[in-house]
Design a protein around this ligand. Structure first.
Ligand SMILES: NC(=O)c1ccc[n+]([C@@H]2O[C@H](COP(=O)([O-])OP(=O)(O)OC[C@H]3O[C@@H](n4cnc5c(N)ncnc54)[C@H](OP(=O)(O)O)[C@@H]3O)[C@@H](O)[C@H]2O)c1
Length: 295
């Protein structure tokens, strides 16, 4: 299935605001012209899927052509992540969303099992492949943040898609190997968190974290230089960050976190921003960004 270039990330849906705000945002995500949403079994402890399911019910189902992607998660109490847990997680997701099948199901953050367990008999991957063989999902993916872990899972050749996050941005290129491994295998690549979780969309200059962790002094320095280039070229920093991902031919979709109606409106403007020719060459002249992560 061809996926859309921008994915609306629903990781914070259900986490912020009152019930009416959550419902309004879920309705807007479902009705959005971007028409592709990424959620997970464990986002906001299931409330992201629940809010989306309620919005789908109000809308009379998924709009024509719209795509909803979710992910399996390990058992929140026991941390078990075997084949049975994958099947249960998928069933929970279908129930919350009110859907019967999905175009893509990711294995999310496989951190509580070894790769040998995941690939072994009765393991998570066998279960995912089974769901695909039964026609309950069209495709299976792996979605995680640790570079080496993602590379290992991509190398299993079991997956149709991969989601990497915070590792291919204006200030981090460490997902390059993942992008190349995925391209060799004809996999669909989702690049999550093009703003590094927010700092690369922050025009106030007050954000302190990159990839959900405190940003180093060197990284703040590099981002300050990026801001100068953006000012010289009259390109808003968030537009630069978004288009840096959108322009890479090895990336099929960029997953942006949308935490409010205002952020959804702003995303439309950022996506429509024309980036002047030569801008990204000027960014490249800043040199190699400081290391943001060594995993
Ligand atoms: N393991 C995984 O599978 C995984 C991991 C990470 C991400 N993802 C996917 O990728 C999506 C995006 O990740 P993310 O939300 O962590 O990171 P992100 O897209 O890099 O950053 C999103 C944050 O940037 C800020 N922002 C967005 N637009 C803005 C604008 N126009 N102006 C100023 N600030 C703006 C918002 O922060 P505030 O609203 O708080 O101000 C927003 O929550 C997730 O929702 C999820 O779907 C998946």
């Amino acid at each position: 299935m061809p996926f859309r270039p921008i994915t609306l990330g629903a990781s914070s849906l259900g986490d912020r605001g009152g019930a009416a705000d959550v419902a309004a945002l879920a309705d807007a995500l479902v009705a959005s012209r971007f028409a592709q949403i990424d959620t997970s079994n464990n986002y906001a402890e299931g409330r992201s899927e629940q809010a989306l399911g309620a919005a789908l019910a109000r809308a009379g189902g998924l709009p024509d052509g719209a795509i909803l992607i979710t992910k399996t998660d390990y058992d929140p109490v026991t941390k078990v992540y075997d084949g049975d847990r994958v099947k249960r997680s998928f069933e929970e997701s279908l129930t919350r969303l009110g859907l019967e099948r999905l175009p893509l199901l990711h294995l999310h953050n496989p951190t509580t099992m070894t790769l040998a367990e995941a690939t072994g008999p009765g393991g998570a991957i066998e279960a995912l492949v089974g769901l695909r063989e039964q026609g309950l999902v069209d495709a299976i993916g792996v979605a995680a943040g640790t570079r080496a872990l993602v590379e290992d899972y991509v190398r299993t050749d079991a997956f149709d898609a991969v989601l990497t996050h915070n590792r291919y941005t204006l200030v981090d290129r460490s997902a390059q190997t993942i992008l190349e491994l995925a391209a060799e295998r004809g996999m669909t690549v989702f690049n999550g968190a093009p703003f590094g979780g927010g700092i690369l969309a922050d025009e106030t200059g007050t954000a302190t974290k990159y990839g959900y962790r405190p940003a180093s002094f060197a990284l703040h320095g590099f981002i300050a230089k990026l801001r100068q280039v953006c000012e010289q070229w009259s390109v808003p920093l968030p537009a630069a960050a978004l288009h840096f991902s959108l322009r890479n031919p090895l990336i099929h979709s960029t997953a942006v976190g949308v935490s409010s109606l205002a952020r959804l409106d702003a995303l439309g403007e950022l996506a429509a921003t024309q980036i002047p020719e030569g801008f990204f060459e000027a960014v490249e002249k800043l040199g190699t960004p400081p290391l943001t992560a060594n995993d």
